[in-house]
Design a protein around this ligand. Structure first.
Ligand SMILES: Cc1ncc(COP(=O)(O)O)c(C=O)c1O
Length: 368
């Protein structure tokens, strides 16, 4: 156990001594997200090439507001967006530090396009009501069915509303029906499941191309270090509506964030190293892991599976006894999601190195 000083030291101990002191702790006193039984959250192990590239990014410390001092990072960012946006039917996009900000950025553009209200499913991520609050927009949650999907019959008049559909809800990984609905603005929060569009599961996102904007976290199924996400837009007009200029800026500043990291470089490195096929294989592996576990959970008389997993998220519980006790016994390899009054074990396949037998052994041990 490392003893950290309780107050800010007057005299430093030196950089080498600090690395000896903190380096091991930072790596070992942290969950190993690539471990065979790591399946708890939407946090993937970083692609090794991305982690190494992130070191260069930190070293060079480029400011993406100044293309003259970050010429390569600026090119890398433009190129990554040119590769990804068209696959979703979008014209342009920007890198943000997470989908919380990508959702805020998109809903800001929606407000500039006349939206006065944000409508989303009751199981939308909290960043959606947060964005509505920040933007001063009314927030209208719509009930979900037993399957966790937004009930379209429950939608209000959307003439002045931004409708947010979720592709991969946080709790259940459920994909709302993404086919177009007449609304002032249609935003798809695809923070989690968006990358399925680049895999053999792309049919699950049918209709996403009709969105006005899409948020995708790169630090989820693009296997990037935090924080990296993409906010994608269908129309160029949206860009102008969220762009500011100033005499001190070398180029117009678009979106919510100002000074931010060159997060596109690790993403570019990953996409170049793996290609679309390599990325798809890893995501498809994650999908297979949850499908195989779902089969076992469904067949086992000790467990109840809530739904067939749609995007690598499992919800299950013991037939008898307390899910909370099982979650505690799973010791950080699962999380919880409450539906109504019932607590469900939640497991998320963000780790393509997870091993079904290793996870099953932990589940069996936790069931006692
Ligand atoms: C559906 C959904 N939207 C948005 C977010 C927020 O994403 P980020 O953590 O990248 O800010 C999450 C995070 O888990 C999410 O699951």
């Amino acid at each position: 156990m490392i003893e950290l000083p309780e107050t800010f030291p007057e005299t430093g101990i030196g950089e080498e001594a600090v690395l000896d002191l903190l380096g091991a702790a930072a790596m070992t006193r942290a969950a190993d997200l690539a471990a065979p039984d790591a399946l708890a959250h939407m946090d993937p192990p970083s692609a090794p090439v991305a982690a190494r590239m992130a070191y260069f990014v930190a070293q060079a410390n480029q400011n993406m507001l100044h293309p003259a001092t970050s010429p390569f990072a600026t090119l890398a960012e433009a190129r990554v967006l040119e590769w990804i946006a068209p696959a979703f039917g979008m014209a342009w996009g920007q890198i943000c530090s997470g989908s919380t900000l990508a959702n805020l950025t998109a809903l800001w553009a929606a407000r500039e396009a006349g939206a006065r209200m944000v409508v989303a499913s009751a199981e939308a991520h909290i960043s959606v009501p947060k964005a509505a609050r920040i933007l001063g927009l009314e927030y209208h949650p719509v009930p979900v069915g037993d399957d966790g999907r937004l009930i379209r019959a429950g939608l209000p008049d959307l003439a002045d509303a931004a409708l947010v559909l979720t592709a991969g809800t946080t709790g259940r990984g459920v994909i709302d029906d993404l086919t177009s609905v007449p609304a002032r603005w249609l935003h798809v929060d695809a923070a989690w499941a968006g990358p399925l569009q680049l895999t053999s599961y792309r049919d699950r996102l049918a209709g996403i191309e009709a969105a006005d904007s899409i948020a995708i976290s790169a630090h989820k199924w693009f296997f990037q270090p935090k924080g990296a996400a993409l906010a994608l837009f269908r129309s160029e007009a949206a860009r102008a509506s969220i762009t500011f200029t100033s005499s001190y800026l070398a180029r117009p500043n678009s979106g919510v964030e100002g000074t931010r990291s060159a997060a596109a470089l690790p993403l570019l490195a990953t996409l170049l190293a793996w290609g679309r096929e390599g990325l798809a294989q890893r995501i498809e592996r994650c999908m297979t892991i949850t499908e195989e576990l779902a089969q076992r959970l469904d067949a086992d008389p000790r467990t109840v599976l809530k739904h067939w997993p749609e995007s690598g998220v499992l919800n299950w519980r013991p037939l008898e006894g307390d899910a909370a006790a099982v979650i505690a016994a799973l010791d950080g390899t699962s999380s919880a999601f409450t539906i109504g009054e019932t607590v469900w074990v939640r497991q998320v396949a963000a780790n393509p190195h997870a091993d079904v037998d290793a996870i099953w052994a932990r589940i069996c041990a936790a069931l006692g």
